[in-house]
Design a protein. Structure first.
Length: 729
């Protein structure tokens, strides 16, 4: 961050550093044992194939530069040590694919044909025409999802099988191999390194320094009294669910100011159980850099709508736009150095979340020169609406991150309630309802089931839910800002992808004022850049926000100047209501959640408001958003309920790896997120990586971006060296 003072790093005592290193070793030792067992089984098999003893066999160690990545040619998962490789064509295969091939399975998952969603135009999106083939849409969609797809792509896999002795031949040419020889077992680290690591670790575990850290902690969580009852009288707990017979309905929600070592231990108690944590007021201790979005060129229209609201011109339906995952690469600190420094200084529990030196963040343990994954930070700037509209809400659909994540809400703006016309919204909803009934049931007259159900104003709840108004377009003449609802067409400009981090001209340019008053944030759009976000919705959440029909419709003036940014203020009345609604599901509920989504997939809509007609993985597809109606049905049918809470300005939400979650914006808001890897969740990261590798090759979640096994191994090496020096000293 050139020209910007680095955010201060938290000073950590030597005693705590030793404690954290022991904590990492304690959690990674079981994983290392499983890894060594897997590799030794493969080596034992190779020795039997070659007719030699394991002691006589020596594996070839391949040369791989620190900035190189090697991926399995079949499943595209990263390879970090033992694997099989062809000596002729260099085809590489991971050990999991080898095991699947020996078991007669399709290695790396079966291929499927991707379903293309038809763009039926704006009239269809807003319910003004129907698309029906005369049969029940629900039965039709279920039949499509149950029918096999992509059979032709998998036929060639039938020609590839393991040898009778367990050896793996190189696949045929049509599968990327040469078919000329068997694959040899090779390694990337020294062959006996894992056994040596295990021996050294066992010695350290028996040391006095390790035993001291193990028995110095209390198992009593401060959120519970000695009888195991939640202490609802303390301010650091928030009720987020109402699951019968469950002790995890309350979330740990501390205040950022004054967090100490005891709070970190408290955090670890909840984190180890896979519970999210919400830390409030994380911006209060920062310098006050402004996060108010301001734009130049046509992108300014996006930011005007962020503040004042936007509507689709024809139906006057609220338009929900989102700028997602910006910047697109690891350049946040270069494009917005002050904001990056501000974000890092606001991170709660920096022992885990600090991307530079967090002692419990395993991504920090990667040595210099080794290629690192892009963990952020990334910004998400989006419109919001207080009620669930039924279609085109500002949402992040249900998904599951491969690592842990922290998400901070840095700015909110509430659009005046009189911006939108309630009567017109009701009229469009009525058209959508008729369309849903016609397409889903093939019966336009069977309306009794839905007529009495509430909507934005308590009048209607759609049967077909979670509609996405996304549009995917390619054009050399038009730039598209494809976000949540439909799209904005803008004439092509000679714009550069430049972002200036400047002090507002309305403020003094002295260094002290720059820090105190904040900076002005500009965004310019690259020609033909396409940014899109899944949109979905359903009926309103009672009591979550004010009704939208209290005022009359007001025309939004597109050319009105945007107010200059302001420093982060004390919370006002409007800030006391949340900017985003979060639903985070427990890991153990994932299977039931997936089963529910498969059974009810025909009730959801996706791209261009088409009904969902393909489900590969209900969570990793990022196709579904569960509305209030669906969450109630989920609880009734499967007993599954998420933690639900509102994220307010200055709230940091920490999401454990493996927890499916979704978000809906209640206001226009800016959020900044960063991934990290905690030792508690390495097992979940490995599990998710295995799930991703089983997806079809064309799936957007297929790539192994984290390389968790390599990261965990380097982290283990790091703490082993650190503790070894202290034990010997």
């Amino acid at each position: 961050m050139i020209g910007v003072e680095e955010p201060q790093q938290k000073e950590i005592s030597e005693e705590n550093q030793i404690s954290y290193a022991c904590h990492i070793m304690r959690l990674l030792l079981p994983w290392l044992g499983e890894l060594q067992k897997e590799q030794m089984e493969e080596k034992k098999l190779e020795a039997r194939i070659l007719g030699v003893s394991m002691d006589e066999m020596k594996l070839e160690q391949i040369k791989c530069g620190p900035a190189e990545r090697i991926y399995c040619n079949r499943c595209r998962t990263s390879i970090f040590d033992f694997h099989r490789s062809c000596k002729h064509c260099l085809y590489d295969l991971c050990l999991i694919c080898c095991r699947e091939l020996r078991n007669g399975e399709i290695p790396g998952g079966e291929e499927v044909e991707n379903v293309q969603y038809e763009n039926r135009g704006e009239d269809y999106i807003f319910g003004n025409n129907f698309h029906s083939n005369g049969e029940n849409q629900r039965d039709s969609l279920r039949r499509k999802m149950d029918s096999p797809t992509g059979g032709s792509k998998s036929c060639s896999l039938l020609l590839w099988s393991a040898n009778s002795d367990g050896g793996i031949p190189c696949p045929p040419k049509e599968m990327g191999g040469c078919g000329g020889s068997d694959l040899d077992l090779k390694c990337m680290f020294p062959e006996k390194m894992h056994a040596d690591l295990q021996e050294r670790a066992d010695k350290l575990v028996r040391s006095e320094i390790f035993e001291k850290t193990t028995f110095s902690r209390s198992d009593q969580c401060p959120c519970f009294d000695h009888s195991g009852t939640v202490r609802t009288d303390i301010k650091t707990v928030r009720k987020a669910a109402d699951r019968k017979g469950s002790s995890d309905n309350y979330l740990y929600c501390p205040v950022a100011t004054g967090l100490g070592d005891d709070d970190l231990i408290h955090f670890q108690m909840h984190w180890a159980k896979g519970e999210p944590v919400v830390v409030s007021d994380v911006l209060q201790s920062t310098s006050g850099v402004s996060w108010a979005p301001m734009g130049s060129l046509k992108i300014s229209d996006f930011f005007k709508g962020y503040k004042n609201g936007r509507s689709h011109r024809g139906p006057h339906w609220p338009e929900m736009l989102k700028l997602k995952d910006w910047p697109p690469s690891s350049t946040f600190d270069k494009r917005l150095p002050r904001h990056c420094a501000e974000f890092i200084s606001a991170l709660p529990f920096p022992e885990y979340t600090d991307p530079r030196s967090g002692p419990l963040n395993l991504s920090v343990k990667l040595p210099a020169g080794v290629m690192k994954p892009d963990l952020g930070p990334k910004s998400y700037i989006a419109y919001g609406f207080s009620e669930e509209l039924g279609r085109g809400d500002s949402v992040t659909k249900l998904h599951c991150d491969v690592s842990d994540a922290v998400n901070i809400q840095t700015h909110t703006d509430e659009v005046p309630c009189e911006t939108y016309d309630l009567c017109r919204i009701k009229k469009v909803q009525e058209n959508m309802r008729k369309q849903d009934l016609q397409e889903l049931r093939g019966d336009l007259n069977s309306c009794t089931e839905l007529r009495a159900q509430p909507s934005v104003d308590g009048s209607y709840e759609a049967a077909m839910t979670s509609c996405s108004m996304e549009s995917y377009k390619n054009s050399s003449n038009v730039s598209y800002l494809c976000l949540a609802g439909l799209h904005i067409n803008a004439p092509r400009r000679d714009a550069t992808d430049d972002v200036n981090d400047k002090v507002s001209p309305h403020k003094s340019v002295t260094k002290s004022d720059e820090i105190r008053n904040g900076t002005r944030l500009y965004y310019q759009r690259r020609d033909n850049r396409k940014v899109h976000q899944d949109k979905a919705s359903d009926p309103p959440i009672p009591g979550k926000s004010d009704e939208i029909g209290k005022g009359i419709r007001r025309k939004v003036h597109r050319n009105k100047a945007i107010d200059p940014p302001k420093p982060v203020p004390e919370k006002t009345e409007k800030d006391k209501t949340g900017g985003a609604l979060w639903d985070i599901f427990r890991r153990e509920d994932s299977e039931k959640l997936q089963k529910y989504l498969r059974n009810h997939a025909s009730e959801f809509r996706h791209i261009h408001c088409n009904p969902v007609n393909q489900v590969i993985h209900p969570i990793h597809d990022q196709t579904f958003y569960l509305t209030e109606k669906h969450k109630k049905k989920l609880k009734k049918e499967y007993g599954v309920e998420p933690w639900t809470f509102e994220q307010k300005l200055g709230d940091a939400v920490l999401i454990p790896a493996g927890c499916p979650h979704q978000v809906r914006n209640l206001k226009s808001c800016t959020k900044v997120a960063m991934d990290f890897v905690s030792p508690e969740n390495v097992g979940e990261c490995v599990k998710l990586t295995d799930e991703f590798r089983a997806l079809p090759s064309s799936h957007k979640a297929k790539e192994d971006k984290l390389e968790i096994k390599k990261m965990a191994l380097y982290a283990f090496l790091d703490v082993l060296e650190f503790l070894g020096r202290h034990v010997e000293g």
